[in-house]
Design a protein around this ligand. Sequence first.
Ligand SMILES: NC(=O)c1ccc[n+]([C@@H]2O[C@H](COP(=O)([O-])OP(=O)(O)OC[C@H]3O[C@@H](n4cnc5c(N)ncnc54)[C@H](O)[C@@H]3O)[C@@H](O)[C@H]2O)c1
Ligand SMILES: [Zn+2]
Length: 361
Amino acid sequence: MTVSVHGVVVRGKGEPADVTEVLVPDPGPGEALVRIQACGVCHTDLHYKMGGIGDDYPYLLGHEASGVVEAVGDNVTEVAPGDFVILNWRAVCGQCRACKRGRPWYCFATHNAAQKMTLKDGTTLSPALGIGALAELTLVAAGQCTKVNPAIAPATAGLLGCGVMAGLGAAINTGGVSRGDTVAVIGCGGVGNAAVLGARMEGAKTIIAVDVDDRKLRWAREFGATHVINSRNADPVESIKELTGGFGADVVIEAVGRPETYKQAFFARDLAGTVVLVGVPTPDMQLDLPLLEVFGRGGALKSSWYGDCLPSRDFPMLVDLHLDGRLPLEKFVSETIALGDVEAAFTKMERGEVLRSVVVL
Ligand SMILES: NC(=O)c1ccc[n+]([C@@H]2O[C@H](COP(=O)([O-])OP(=O)(O)OC[C@H]3O[C@@H](n4cnc5c(N)ncnc54)[C@H](O)[C@@H]3O)[C@@H](O)[C@H]2O)c1
Ligand SMILES: [Zn+2]
């Protein structure tokens, strides 16, 4: 039976994110219906609203969520009604070329369950990252649900579904940060500060946080930054070199998604160091770099999709570390808000007032 719930929808480029009635059908084979308990507002949702991802309006926003499985369709073995789950936008399929080559964190499979949700007049919704979780209920592929220990607060758990996992994984999985490394993180929002925390977990010796906002840098210190640079007041490349004996950092993580900050990352790393781009650029952006420097500096220029995570491996482990008191994920929750407050949360995000606003239902 199709049910009507409230969801946060953007109808056209730059239009406000409004709470609207959304119709959700019963789960079909391989699908799960999830009652959302919490969903973070990520910068990627703002990209959707502003047309930075595509033009498939109306978008149903939200993709960083936790909740309880309400019902499952036929042939679902992964989860059962009552399970507390974190939603993921990469359900490893086991069948595609990446999975078969043993690199499931590059799984190409897309999941279309959430596209069965519509507006009241039947208009198909495009769910953000195939999830659309800024809604009371959402319909996903069962593989997009990862069961975790329900002792974690839903608002904290949901953040592992995107930004916090992307940042932790950019440092741990993609950047391969290891004990004694020097690391710089450019852009310390929810994603960048999670990269700071990931670098600390891995035992980095020097962790340099760069942002244009002192508030973000204060939070970065709490997550483990050993040094902070406000790049409005100081040249970040020179400052990172000074703090690393003149060499540059072993790993530089770009968590803004702009050509100028990518260039800073490129020039602020040590010879044969690694640059990780986890920030998402928009289609109009171009990068101009001297090719000789790309060759001469060696090392690795990598991008990090979802922190190269494997939800079934990483979510339960990170939740358990948090419950053990070893991973302060709750510090990413700056405020809890209602569904109707998402537009205001975008404004706070743009003003730099929050790491994460989290809708709690
Ligand atoms: N790769 C992935 O899988 C993935 C996942 C989630 C989010 N993202 C992307 O990561 C980026 C960050 O997301 P977020 O949610 O942390 O956003 P956010 O808005 O919370 O944080 C961005 C930070 O960058 C800072 N900043 C802006 N301009 C800067 C500059 N010129 N120099 C230094 N710092 C600057 C801001 O002050 C802010 O602290 C976005 O592009 C988002 O789309 C990527
Ligand atoms: Zn996100």
